[in-house]
Design a protein. Structure first.
Lengths: 170, 214
């Protein structure tokens, strides 16, 4: 087994967790992980022997693979696809799950309700403990954008949490 | 104390601040309940997220993906290298064949220098050889086999065939072996002597004819 594959094996649990976080679904997460691994192995087969920061590279691949899959999925929707996926994905995605959502707990649903652009930042920072700088590099966005998205995501989750608490009281 | 905004509080939660900045935020949190509540909320969200997804970490990894990683497919360069390795014997064979071919050509060239077919000898040179041989044998026309001395060298000649040509004329083929004429080395020459006394070249193998220089 090559050194790169060994590193990849070591990263697998983390990457799988990230995939779950992005997709909000176990099966989809595993599919995403598999497709991302296929991509990196293809690169490996075409001469890629080492990567400086494999972890960041893999997060990037996973993120891009997921966006590609969503683009394919919503190809026929008659609105600007990228914008729609990035900003309004949760509603469409929730509708497309057809009841097969693996709802482990409330926070998962809450995260899933966030748009992809907020979700990916939140997962990288809060779940994967990535620094703002690393997150910015992985997602290819400025650090300021990471901070503002993170703030927005947390505020949305806090608002949801408050609403649920109000519902429970009532 | 100066008000600390939400973004800086968030940075504090995410350990993005320096030690001095963190201390500053901690002092601020002691006197600001709203900020403290916000930070606690952020920390709670972080904790919920990590605890929710941490259980996934211990789960078994998907087998198909593991199989994919365990599968030792050679890389492009490995394939290329393996191809090269496989190619080496083939290349060796090709090289050997090339060497043999080149050597063969050289051998052939050497042979050409040593023994040339008649048709490669110029007509002038053939004529020179023919005249010389006629000169050698002018006194022994009836005896077309034996050894004749010519310019201090013995030339072996032999009648090899006696026949009638298409016109019914009696002909005799005479073969000469290993002789030199004007420094041209001739391996074998076969002539036909017609009944009229005229000679014609049938076969002329020579080693070197350039010295004839005619």
């Amino acid at each position: 087994m090559s050194k790169l594959k060994k590193e990849l094996m070591f990263l697998m649990p983390k990457l799988r967790r990230y995939c779950y976080g992005l997709t909000g679904n176990k099966d989809r997460g595993d599919d995403l992980l598999h497709n991302s691994v296929v991509k990196i192995l293809e690169k490996l087969n075409f001469g890629l022997s080492s990567i400086d920061n494999l972890s960041a590279y893999m997060y990037k691949i996973i993120s891009n693979t997921w966006k590609d899959e969503l683009r394919k999925k919503y190809r026929n929707v008659e609105i600007h696809v990228d914008e729609m996926i990035y900003n309004n994905l949760p509603d469409l995605e929730t509708n497309s799950y057809d009841g097969n959502i693996d709802t482990l707990n409330e926070i998962k649903d809450s995260i899933k309700s966030l748009s992809l652009k907020l979700r990916e930042v939140l997962i990288l920072v809060a779940l994967e403990n990535k620094s703002y700088k690393e997150t910015a590099e992985i997602l290819n966005i400025p650090i300021g954008t990471v901070m503002s998205r993170l703030n927005e995501a947390r505020k949305k989750l806090s608002a949801q949490k408050k609403n649920e608490e109000i519902k429970e009281v009532n | 104390m100066k008000k600390i905004d939400d973004l800086k509080l968030q940075m504090y939660v995410d350990n993005e601040l320096s030690k001095e900045e963190s201390t500053e935020v901690e002092n601020y949190l002691k006197i600001n309940n709203e900020a403290r509540s916000l930070v606690e909320n952020y920390k709670k969200i972080n904790h919920l997220i990590s605890s929710t997804y941490s259980q996934i970490k211990s789960n078994d990894l998907p087998k198909r993906t593991l199989d994919l990683l365990m599968d030792e497919k050679p890389s492009f360069f490995n394939k290329l290298f393996n191809f090269k390795v496989k190619l080496f014997p083939a290349l060796g064979s090709v090289a050997a064949l090339a060497i043999v071919a080149v050597m063969g050509i050289n051998v052939f060239k050497i042979d050409n220098n040593q023994i040339n077919p008649t048709n490669l000898m110029s007509e002038n040179n053939k004529h020179v050889v023919l005249n010389e041989l006629q000169e050698i044998l002018k006194d022994s026309e009836d005896n077309l086999s034996g050894i004749v001395s010519f310019k201090s060298k013995n030339i072996e000649y032999k009648e090899v065939k006696s026949y009638l040509d298409a016109r019914g004329r009696p002909c005799k083929d005479i073969k000469f072996k290993n002789f030199s004429i004007k420094d041209a080395k001739i391996n074998e020459a076969t002539f036909v002597k017609l009944s009229s006394g005229e000679w014609k070249v049938i076969k002329l193998e020579f080693i070197k004819d350039s010295s004839l220089g005619i």
